[in-house]
Structure formats: C-alpha cells, structure tokens
Design a binder for this molecule. Structure first.
Ligand code: NAG
Ligand code: NAG
Ligand code: NAG
Ligand code: NAG
Length: 300
C-alpha cells in the first residue's frame, strides 16, 4: 500500500513537472508553426523544445537528454540578409529547472551552474575537442537578427568535423539558400537532423556529448515557381541530403570523392530524394521515420 502510494506520488510529481514546463519543454504544441501541416517528424523519441528567444518562438528541436545533443531541429527558411552575427552561445534554463523561464540565455562568465552542466552540453564540452559546433538550424537560413542569434544555442548543435562544417555541408546550406530564395514561393519548412553510429556511440572527450556519424537535411516547399531550370526539376517540392561526419565511415550511404581537397576529403554530402533519406533513417533507427506529413506531397 505504501509502495503503491509512493508510486502514485512519484507519477504525480513527474506529471506535475512536465505540466509546469509544457510550454517549452516536452511538447511541440506552442511551436507547431515550424512544421509542415503542424506535423512534427514521426518515429524518433526525445524531448521536444520550443526554442524561444526574446520572448518569441524561433524554431523547434527534438533533444536527446542522454546524448546532450539534438536529434533534429525544424525551422522556417527566410531569405537571409547581412552577415552572420557574432552571437553569444546560449543554454536552455528550463532543461535544468522545470519551472524556469523558457527563453534561452547566454552562458554567464565563469563556471556554469551544475544543474545546467548535468542537463545539457556546455561550452567546455566543445573547447579543445576535435569537433566544431555544427548548427542543425543554421544562422544563414534566417533573415532577422534575432532568428539568427537564436540558432546559437548548444541544444541546436552537434559535434561536427571541420572538414564537413567548413566544406561540403556549408556548400549544401548555401545551395539550399539559393534554391529556396529563387524558386520557393510560399513557406519553406526545413528539418535537419543526425544519424548516430550503428554499433558503438562516440562521444566528445568527456563522454558527455554524443557524436553523430552523419548529418541529414530535408526541405518541404509546397508552393514553388513552376518554371524550374532542368537541374532543379527534382528539387521540388521536396529534397534531401546526407553528409558524412567521419572520414573513416564506409561508403554505402555516402561515397567519397577521392579527388576532393585533403581538408574536405571524406566529408562528402550526397543529395537524394526524401524517400531515399527516409529509407536510410529506417535502416539505422530500425523504425519508420517520417520527416514531413504525406512526404510533402503538396496536395493542398
Ligand atoms: C585548451 O588547450 C590549450 C592548449 O593546450 C590550453 O592552454 C587551454 O587551457 C585548454 N583549455 C581548456 C578549457 O581546456
Ligand atoms: C542566400 O541567398 C540570398 C538570395 O539569393 C543571397 O543574397 C545571399 O547572399 C545568400 N547567402 C549565402 C550565405 O549564400
Ligand atoms: C519564376 O521563375 C522565372 C525564371 O526564373 C521568373 O522569370 C519568374 O518571374 C518567376 N515567377 C515567380 C512568380 O516568381
Ligand atoms: C580515421 O582513421 C585514422 C587512422 O586510423 C585516424 O588517425 C583518424 O583519427 C580517424 N578519423 C576520425 C574522424 O575518426
């Protein structure tokens, strides 16, 4: 009886915790506008975060607490203007304290609070590691200064090799920028996520933050300009890509261009239809992953 009682109390406390923070952690309801047809990707378990900055929702992230890194971030593309901001890195107080304000805040100078360190990645995890901070939602896909600054939260970041981040992956982000800016007429919904290693997880130096083997991205632009040039005929309404994050990975998913510059060799990006991406995701996660409602068939 007392055991049952404590279970009930525990469940209530737990449920209460989730309810308190439901506005920003644990529920995508307040930020469904970042998903095509208000339909978040299906198949991945994790902690939903509605990414709030300056009291506005900016994008959405499915976060993995055990990995201290995101599964994916979802956002609306807006044509960028101006330069990348020199924004300060931020964290999510509500991951550490369920009742906290849901706005991300810059890391204060000095050692961070232990509850923050326990609940998420901190700057020290990345400093002197052999990985850069790879944005899933990149600052260069946004127009407003605030939307760009909001991407600088470590919950939107995965350990990414410089050969990918400064090479083929950056080129992909720029190509998507040009393509969407030129031919997407209405909203463009983007989801960018990761594929973990198959057998054994890899971690940043302190064994706190998991390293992905691949990074993937897909967009859905239901309304586009029909006079597409030949090379972009298969790029609408939806398109996807997978990028290598480990130059030693096998080549079944993404082949390596042996003639690439040494700095970028082994970090290739392969463009592919959404169906092909979802096939690789299903293989690796052993479950069906659906990125967009009805695969962004545009039937609306
Ligand atoms: C990073 O490495 C440099 C050079 O080895 C060292 O001086 C510095 O203290 C290290 N920083 C941290 C935070 O470990
Ligand atoms: C993104 O696209 C816009 C519109 O074509 C262009 O003005 C801007 O320079 C592009 N940004 C980057 C970083 O390529
Ligand atoms: C569609 O693209 C063509 C060719 O680039 C351009 O001339 C036309 O203005 C575009 N139409 C719209 C509605 O953006
Ligand atoms: C790839 O393998 C080489 C040789 O074993 C090793 O030196 C290097 O650190 C590995 N690179 C990565 C990214 O794991």
């Amino acid at each position: 009886m007392s055991r049952l009682g404590s279970v009930v109390v525990l469940v209530l406390v737990f449920a209460g915790g989730w309810c308190l923070c439901a506005a920003d952690v644990g529920d995508f309801t307040p930020c469904l506008q970042f998903f095509y047809r208000s339909w978040p990707p299906k198949g991945l378990p994790g902690t939903p975060i509605c990414q709030r900055y300056s009291n506005q929702y900016r994008f959405a992230t499915l976060y993995s607490r055990p990995r201290r890194s995101p599964w994916f971030s979802a956002y609306l593309y807006t044509t960028p203007e101006g330069k990348r901001p020199s924004a300060s890195w931020k964290f999510e107080p509500q991951l550490a304290y369920p009742g906290a304000d849901g706005n991300m805040i810059p890391f204060p100078p000095g050692p961070p609070d232990q509850n923050v360190v326990d609940s998420q990645a901190v700057e020290l995890d990345y400093i002197n590691s052999t990985y850069t901070r790879g944005h899933l939602n990149p600052s260069l896909h946004h127009q407003s200064h605030e939307d760009r600054s909001a991407t600088f939260t470590l919950t939107n970041v995965v350990p990414q090799k410089a050969g990918s981040n400064d090479g083929p992956w950056e080129a992909l982000e720029q190509t998507v920028n040009k393509t969407l800016a030129a031919y997407c007429v209405g909203e463009a919904y983007v989801v960018t996520g990761i594929i973990p290693y198959q057998s054994e997880e890899r971690w940043l130096k302190n064994h706190r933050v998991a390293v992905p083997e691949y990074i993937w991205s897909a967009y859905c632009c239901p309304h586009y300009n029909n006079s597409l040039p030949e090379e972009l005929k298969d790029a609408f309404p939806t398109y996807a890509a997978i990028g290598r994050n480990d130059c030693n990975s096998t080549e079944e998913i993404v082949p390596v261009d042996k003639a690439a510059k040494k700095k970028f060799r082994g970090y290739d990006v392969r463009r592919m239809p959404l169906e092909t991406l979802e096939m690789y995701l299903k293989d690796r996660f052993s479950t069906i992953i659906s990125v967009f409602y009805e695969r962004c068939s545009g039937s609306d």
